[in-house]
Design a protein around this ligand. Structure first.
Ligand code: GRF
Length: 192
């Protein structure tokens, strides 16, 4: 237990694959890590990421979405009972309300697969390709009430090649996502 004294307690919220969760777990096990992931929460019972949590012996909880109010109340209770210091959204497909953000009152981070403020929302890769962008990338930002609009913590770009498809671009961007999410957390915590 001593080993984790002083580390921030993190909850990671997911809805699917969980590759960012995997990279955060990997980072949390490194010497320089300032976090301990104590909870993985999913609104999707079948999320692959839940198996990743299992493999790493991290507590995982499926929270069924009934209504926004009920769902968020359950989340707030969980966060409180696990003394969570901040939340990392990693492919979490529900939009958290202003009420939730206010009540939690601690940082909530998100990773988004575009160079925000460009291409908020879904379908970022196909839109960037369609618009013949030269670059796309990934952004880690603080979550506020507006979708994909909070303060940017870290951003990294990749070149879009003529030969790129949605799939190949997604792959390139995921690779940098896995790098910048831990870096952004370090950055946030060293200024905490
Ligand atoms: C990532 O592209 C992330 O930027 C976005 O959702 C995707 C989640 O992927 N918010 P994964 O579940 O972490 O593999």
């Amino acid at each position: 237990m001593e080993k984790f004294l002083g580390k921030k307690k993190i909850a990671v919220f997911i809805s699917g694959r969980g590759s960012n969760l995997k990279s955060l777990i990997k980072y949390s096990k490194t010497k320089k890590s300032l976090i301990k992931i104590v909870l993985v929460v999913s609104d999707n019972y079948h999320a692959k990421g839940l198996r990743i949590a299992d493999k790493s012996n991290i507590k995982k909880i499926f929270v069924k979405y009934t209504s926004k109010k009920e769902f968020e109340n359950q989340l707030l209770k969980l966060l409180k009972s696990h003394n969570i210091d901040f939340i990392c959204l990693a492919g979490f497909m529900k939009i958290l309300s202003g009420n939730f953000i206010r009540k939690f009152n601690k940082p909530i981070l998100n990773i988004h697969p575009s160079l925000l403020p460009k291409y908020k929302g879904l379908g970022t890769h196909s839109r960037a390709i369609k618009n013949k962008e030269k670059y796309s990338g990934a952004t880690v930002h603080i979550v506020n009430q507006k979708l994909d609009s909070g303060k940017i913590l870290l951003q990294k770009k990749v070149r879009i090649l003529k030969s790129d498809s949605e799939k190949s671009l997604e792959k390139k961007i995921l690779k940098i996502e896995h790098k910048i999410y831990p870096e952004a957390i370090n950055k946030l915590l060293t200024n905490y």
